[in-house]
Design a protein around this ligand. Structure first.
Ligand code: FAD
Length: 378
């Protein structure tokens, strides 16, 4: 292989480039990214809280980036992948023998509110800077739509910054599809214990305000005052540029369990990849930091081999920081949940999930050591 083009220079793209070099690839390496590399998890946590700055978000220091000996195309978007190569929005076309698709995802927006001032989503550093600036204007009524991890972290940060916060969640129990109903309810309690109102089981019907948002209307007729709205309603994979590429795309780039597409010269990693999960027997997009980080090694090994010789078989792991507590989860949630250490009331415990007495998952709050031990046992 003489040229490899990596499209997307955030976590998955950068790690793929590093894996290529560490596995001995010494050909031309082209890195194409709409944004420079930076780490996203702190955006909804310490960055909003003012504990870290943009300079602290680096994924690698300059020496490590230089060591890649790569040709960088930053601030440009890939518009097309075709037989000639990858075409960028500045008109350049780069032909390569191997391609890494690492274009991640972008925040879903709420259609009717898209143009209202004061309505935010949080995916990029630019989003976080904009949100932080508005939060700095003084105490406000903040409505967070969605009690998923990003919504919950934003709610926590806003409350810690002194704002009045309400979280709206359409499902009866937050996070139930991910951590199960029992642990989802515990996550919900973190909001109320953190002095944040949590309203569940009701959808958002609309917004009030002409130019700037003034409130949120709920489907049950209630209306909440809002100076600021943050929508944490999921992310959409960035795949538009692959139309006509011949690759299979359906809520992400479809790849096998080794992150290889239908074309063995093209791999997809990170949030954009919908891979076949051998444990769950279906395709999933992991959308977690550790998956993006670890898939890179597997995918690159397969790209260099020319076929799928190794598989991504890690059990989904993620963490989240809310209200000064660390939540950790790995594996698959089931209805058979057992608290094995600590107690739920104190919000410092470890719970395990089982199927036919086999350990399938681990959930913990503020218990990193026992969590890590059980995660290894998975
Ligand atoms: C606010 C926030 C908090 C998070 N917190 C946690 C957490 O606590 N724990 C956890 O496990 N995970 C967390 N995550 C998820 C984690 O950050 C992602 O899983 C990870 O960033 C995925 O990396 P990626 O490289 O696949 O995608 P991304 O980080 O989305 O990067 C994709 C890159 O590709 C670029 N791009 C897109 N389209 C194009 C194009 N056409 N041409 C060129 N470039 C393009 C984008 O600009 C971007 O730079 C969080 C995410 C966010 C947004």
């Amino acid at each position: 292989m003489r040229t490899v083009a990596v499209v997307g220079t955030s976590l998955a793209g950068l790690r793929s480039a590093q894996e290529l070099r560490s596995r001995g690839y010494d050909g031309r390496l082209v890195l194409i990214g709409a944004e420079p590399p930076y780490d996203r998890p702190p955006l909804s946590k310490d960055f909003l809280l003012g504990k870290v700055s943009a300079d602290d978000l680096a994924l690698a220091d300059q020496d490590d980036l230089d060591a890649l000996d790569a040709e960088w195309h930053l601030g440009v978007r890939a518009e097309k992948l075709g037989a000639d190569g990858v075409t960028l929005d500045d008109g350049t076309t780069i032909a390569a023998d191997g391609y890494v698709i690492a274009t991640g995802a972008r925040a879903r927006t709420l259609g009717p509110a898209r143009n209202l001032k004061g309505v935010h989503t949080l995916r990029t550093l630019g989003d976080a800077v904009g949100l932080k600036r508005e939060l700095a204007a003084g105490p406000a009524s903040v409505v967070v739509i969605g009690a998923g991890f990003i919504g919950a972290e934003v709610a926590s940060a806003c409350r810690l910054l002194g704002h009045d916060v309400t979280v709206i969640e359409a499902m009866p129990v937050p996070l139930a599809p991910v951590v199960g109903a029992g642990m989802g309810a515990v996550c919900g309690e973190l909001h109320t214990e953190g002095d944040v109102r949590l309203i569940t089981g009701v959808a958002v019907a609309g917004f009030t305000g002409a130019d700037r948002v003034t409130g949120v209307r709920l489907a049950d007729g209630r209306e909440l005052t809002a100076d600021l709205v943050v929508a944490g309603v999921g992310a959409r994979p960035s795949t538009e540029w692959l139309t006509g590429s011949g690759l299979a795309v359906d809520d992400g780039v479809l790849v096998d369990s080794g992150c290889v597409t239908v074309n063995p010269r093209v791999i997809a990693v990170g949030d954009v990849a919908r891979y076949r999960c051998r444990l769950r027997g279906r395709r999933i997009r992991a959308e977690h930091w550790t998956a993006a980080n670890e898939q890179a090694g597997v995918a690159v090994e397969n790209l260099l081999a020319g076929s799928t010789v190794t598989h991504f078989a890690r059990h989904g792991y993620f963490w989240s920081d809310q209200y000064g507590r660390r939540i950790q989860f790995a594996g698959v949630a089931t209805d058979d949940v057992r608290v094995v250490e600590g107690d739920v009331v104190s919000k410092r415990f470890v719970a395990t999930y089982h199927r036919d007495d086999i350990l399938t998952g681990v959930f913990a709050i503020d218990s990193p050591r026992p969590f890590t031990k059980l995660r290894r046992a998975l």
